[in-house]
Design a binder for this molecule. Sequence first.
Ligand SMILES: NC(=O)c1ccc[n+]([C@@H]2O[C@H](COP(=O)([O-])OP(=O)(O)OC[C@H]3O[C@@H](n4cnc5c(N)ncnc54)[C@H](O)[C@@H]3O)[C@@H](O)[C@H]2O)c1
Length: 252
Amino acid sequence: MKMFAGKVVLITGGSSGIGRATAVVFAQEGAKVVVASRREDEGQQTVRLIEEAGSEGIFVKTDVSQAEQVKAMVEKTVATYGRIDCAFNNAGFDGQYAPLVEQTEENCDHILDINVKGVWLCMKYEIEHMLSSGRGAIVNTASIFANVGFPTGSIYAASKHAVMGLTRSAALEYAKSNIHINAVGPGDIQTEMVERGLASMPGGKQAYEATRVMGRLGHAEEVAKAVLFLCSDQASFTIGQMLMVDGGYTVQ
Ligand SMILES: NC(=O)c1ccc[n+]([C@@H]2O[C@H](COP(=O)([O-])OP(=O)(O)OC[C@H]3O[C@@H](n4cnc5c(N)ncnc54)[C@H](O)[C@@H]3O)[C@@H](O)[C@H]2O)c1
């Protein structure tokens, strides 16, 4: 029996990277997957990968920073599949890299709108539904930068610290309602986001990997497996935690 057979999973930021990989791994384990993201073509491509993995899914075009769109995303999921068992609030944005005094108000608003307001809005509407169905599991994507500082990425780091504030508070608020809320803490995972950053580094990916604890970047599938664990019954007494998937970055 597959671990998530018959379950319904909602994933934001599912059009690439960690979100897409998690959609595929959930599909391999039998889940029906709703892929929410801003990019239609890439989102539909994830749906095709879900089908190739032997399951089914739909794409819902969503900007997680817009309340009406997040509400509609949850409504569409419930209208299509009847419920939401697990939600992975993963959409995120790193913005511009610069020392704090050079950061702009526009960059600050953009990052916080997606990474903080977006996660809050997703949880708000998902939990509303889960309260009526009597159970659910939520995983938010935090980061190594929810634990440590990030020179040139101060606003991004602040946004990921905030994700943990939301995660821990909501985990406590809904613990007795049978809604389990946790986070994953990825670091140095090879996705579009990290590739954009590596492109400007001297020596590129190879030189960077040589400096990492495990001598390599992580794979999106390695984060996906942590998300599945947190959404499963195996994690039934774990709430408000950030499960690090960072190849040792934060234990140095
Ligand atoms: N790659 C890493 O090393 C790493 C490390 C720590 C945390 N993260 C976090 O992992 C998450 C996924 O990032 P990734 O590395 O897979 O990069 P990615 O750029 O491939 O994925 C980001 C996803 O979020 C979506 N997105 C962005 N803004 C959105 C919005 N307003 N509404 C809906 N969707 C939106 C993008 O379309 C994309 O699908 C992010 O929250 C990121 O901060 C990544």
